[in-house]
Ligand binder design. Structure first.
Ligand code: DGI
Ligand code: FE
Ligand code: FE
Length: 185
């Protein structure tokens, strides 16, 4: 028997996310499962982490801040000011407390899916990369190249994504989280 009820997660997420975000979520889940096949990781865990990685993405910014306050989730100034970073931390908390996930690797894959972190675990890499290359994505430069690379050398794909993300953030004058920088270094 499967440990997690994938159908139930999908049903809940369909209510919590807008339709584009839901489609992205499904894309990440199955891309992560494919990477898990390639790199010999637990396919079911990759699916669940992919499904839940953006579970907090569609909560309005103010509400996200309120929830972090309510649940005593500590936020750095960069996190507080950038909703893109907030949803990862709140999402990991929700995965634990609302979706009742007690697997540490799944939780940390959600927690670090936006910034990465030094010495990432295989599941963290799988989710980080799947998030960037899933079929619905189309904007990023070098996407074609990174998609091919992801199935040849996941570390090389990770490095390329981090490089392009840092370049993109600099081009828009975005605040770079020290963790994103450290991961790249
Ligand atoms: O939630 P998704 O859009 O699926 O993907 P994500 O969680 O990886 O978020 C992507 C966004 O996060 C993208 O616009 C770049 C941004 N991001 C990544 N690292 C940093 C960052 N934004 C800031 N401000 N600082 C970072 O270090
Ligand atoms: Fe995200
Ligand atoms: Fe995502």
């Amino acid at each position: 028997m499967r440990k997690y009820d994938i159908g139930l997660y999908k049903k809940t997420l369909q209510k919590k996310l807008d339709s584009d975000r839901y489609e992205h979520t499904i894309g990440v889940a199955y891309t992560a499962a494919s990477l898990a096949m390639r790199y010999k990781y637990d396919i079911n865990k990759a699916l669940i982490a992919g499904l839940l990685h953006d579970n907090a993405k569609c909560i309005p910014y103010e509400k996200k801040l309120q929830m972090c306050d309510k649940y005593n989730i500590h936020l750095s100034d960069v996190e507080r000011e950038n909703p893109a970073l907030l949803h990862a931390k709140l999402g990991a908390f929700m995965a634990m407390h609302k979706y009742k996930i007690n697997d540490k690797e799944i939780i940390s894959a959600i927690l670090y899916h936006t910034t990465g972190r030094p010495d990432m675990l295989l599941l963290e890499k799988i989710i980080y990369v799947a998030d960037y290359i899933e079929p619905m994505r189309y904007k990023a430069r070098r996407l074609h190249e990174i998609r091919e690379l992801a199935f040849k050398d996941i570390d090389a794909a990770l490095l390329t994504i981090l490089e392009d993300t840092l370049e993109y953030l600099k081009s828009i004058n975005g605040n770079i989280d020290p963790l994103t920088q450290k991961t790249y270094k």
